[in-house]
Design a protein around this ligand. Structure first.
Ligand code: WTA
Length: 571
């Protein structure tokens, strides 16, 4: 197949020559950029914020925040002071290094201050997406034995405090009255907290971030990242995001997902960039307006969002001045070539795809400003990263052969454990020396990688990873549902949508109302983004002899494809 190459435009990029950088790169050189290289004192929040106070960046805007009701800006010095205060609030509660502190709230300056303050005292941050409902919140707080949660009165009803013996403190942002025992007002506590904080200096290998993510079986996994990840965040911020001193950077991801922490907090601030955060939901006009208003120069978003913008039409684009944009990037799902061509048309520039995962902690395979793009390809491995396609025995495959996308272990931001589940962790490393991603891909003769799909049943809907097992577990809690099998169904805008096949209990009949009721049940009991958009009732689900629902058969039925080997299916 002949693929069109989109050449780079000339420019002053941080990375000028990919091949040369790849050949000569050494992670150890990156460490020299951090103050701990000389002081030996490590803390990612210090490096991201406080370090800049000794430079001209002290009074530079670090955070530009707006939503429907707020419009605020914070300098590095202000963020430093606020996060110091929050660190002191946590310390006054007896929270210390290694404790898990969850943040469960919509994007707001307080969320960012909470994350930074938690890190400064060496505690581990657990970000929770605001759409999670009680069951999802419980699973994650229970597994991690979180001692504190920062949340809002609106979300509080979803935190089952009584079921969580380890959870001692609930810090409420925006509480107006009537605090109960164990509840603390963020505002009151911050008002009396000291702005001076003794930062907890940690080891590079100490935990800092616990992101729960879904696999195809079992409960969500707690992916633990350590302070050392900053090396990757910093360098990819420089070479992939191409952050430079005067950039206004906007990452549209919520910190509930890894993109929103690694590239919504760490990469920009480690590089001293001005970071835009827009609260509220996606609306095409508001998004374009955000770019216009702040003169955003570097924009990191996701294929679903680009496809929705594309769907909103080229006409609205013309109503806004988007001329500030100089670099656009994408992550989370395959970036369709059509979207890249649309970007060329409306933004007059390339959209750069990047590939990575919660587990990898940072970007691994990317398109760089200085490199030609093959639309549809994820790009090439970041310098210092060796990526390969392996067969099912762990042997490296030659170009153009599809197989397991794997990375040689040892990049700085690799996860360090799955919380309390070493067996799950080991599954990723079943071939010695390799991290096996669970994605299938191939590498072409020029070294570009092409995503092909997931090997497991994990669903990627609008760039959000959803484990079918979690949805199925919720579905079978519904009184009408006997069994449920959940798959991702290809969708032109969302990548995949969630489709549930359901067999009903005796006494229940399929109906539109029942469908709606089941959907609502998942939405309200688990998470809106995980509720099946489509439901199909079947008398019986395809199962293995051992009783496992065969999602791959459901998927084949759905797509009208051959079902493959059915020897393990029950009669
Ligand atoms: C998918 C998000 C195609 C992939 C940072 C991966 C992608 C999963 C891309 C991780 C891409 C991510 N092209 N697919 N550029 N980027 N994916 O953990 O299947 O939420 O395994 O991390 O998203 O999703 P996660």
């Amino acid at each position: 197949m002949k693929v069109e190459l989109i050449p780079p435009t000339e420019g002053r990029f941080n990375l000028q020559n990919y091949e040369e950088a790849y050949a000569n790169f050494d992670w150890a050189d990156v460490e020299k950029q951090f103050s701990w290289y000389e002081t030996g004192k490590v803390n990612i929040a210090y490096e991201a914020i406080d370090r800049h106070l000794q430079t001209e960046r002290k009074d530079k805007i670090a955070l530009l925040y707006s939503d429907a009701t707020r419009d605020e800006r914070y300098t590095f010095a202000q963020l430093s002071e606020l996060s110091n205060k929050f660190g002191n609030v946590l310390r006054s509660l007896g929270i210390a290094k290694g404790d898990r502190v969850f943040v469960f709230m919509p994007r707001s300056p307080e969320l960012y201050v909470s994350v930074l303050g938690t890190l400064k005292i060496g505690a581990i941050v657990g970000p929770l997406f605001e759409a999670f409902m009680e069951a999802a919140v419980r699973d994650r707080l229970e597994d991690s034995e979180a001692v504190a949660i920062v949340t809002t009165p609106a979300l509080l009803p979803r935190v089952p405090v009584k079921d969580l013996p380890a959870l001692k403190h609930v810090i409420l942002v925006g509480a107006t009255d009537g605090l109960e025992e164990g509840q603390i007002s963020y505002e009151t506590a911050m008002a009396s907290a000291s702005p001076e904080l003794e930062i907890e200096w940690v080891d590079r290998e100490d935990g800092m971030l616990l992101h729960y993510t879904s696999g195809s079986t079992g409960k969500p996994k707690g992916v633990l990242h350590v302070h050392n990840a900053m090396i990757q965040h910093y360098q990819t911020g420089k070479w992939v995001l191409d952050l430079q001193e005067d950039d206004i950077y906007w990452c549209t991801a919520d910190p509930g997902w890894v993109t929103g922490t690694a590239y919504g907090i760490f990469a920009p601030w480690l590089n001293g960039a001005t970071n835009v955060v827009r609260g509220g939901r996606f609306k095409p006009e508001e998004w374009y307006d955000t770019i216009q208003k702040y003169k955003v120069t570097v924009w990191y978003s996701a294929p679903t969002s680009f496809r929705m913008l594309m769907g909103a039409g080229d006409e609205i684009v013309k109503r806004f001045d988007l001329s500030s944009l100089r670099h656009i990037l994408s992550v989370g799902e395959p970036l369709n070539p059509e979207v890249v061509y649309w970007g060329m048309r409306v933004f007059r520039q390339r959209i750069h795809d990047t590939w990575w995962m919660t587990e990898t902690g940072g970007q691994l395979i990317c398109n760089y400003k200085c490199m030609a793009i093959k639309p549809g390809s994820m790009g090439k491995p970041f310098p210092g990263v060796y990526a390969a396609i392996l067969d099912d025995q762990g042997n490296e495959l030659p170009p153009n052969r599809m197989g397991n996308l794997a990375i040689r272990t040892g990049w700085p931001s690799m996860m360090r454990s799955i919380w309390k589940n070493p067996a799950k962790y080991e599954e990723y490393f079943r071939f010695p020396g390799w991290y096996v991603s669970g994605d299938s891909a191939y590498k072409d003769e020029d070294g570009y990688f092409w995503f092909q799909g997931r090997i497991d049943d994990v669903i990627n809907t609008s760039g959000e990873r959803v484990g079918p097992f979690e949805v199925e577990s919720k579905l079978v809690e519904h009184p009408a549902v006997a069994e449920a099998g959940v798959i991702g169904k290809p969708d032109p805008v969302r990548g995949e949508i969630i489709k549930a096949f359901i067999s009903l209990r005796a006494g229940y009949e399929p109906s539109e109302e029942l469908m709606e009721d089941i959907r609502k049940f998942v939405k309200e009991g688990f998470a809106a983004h995980a509720a099946p958009r489509e439901i199909e009732f079947l008398d019986k689900l395809p199962k293995t002899r051992s009783g496992k629902i065969m999602r791959r058969v459901l998927k084949a039925w759905e797509l009208g494809l051959p079902t493959g080997d059915l020897s393990t299916m029950e009669d």
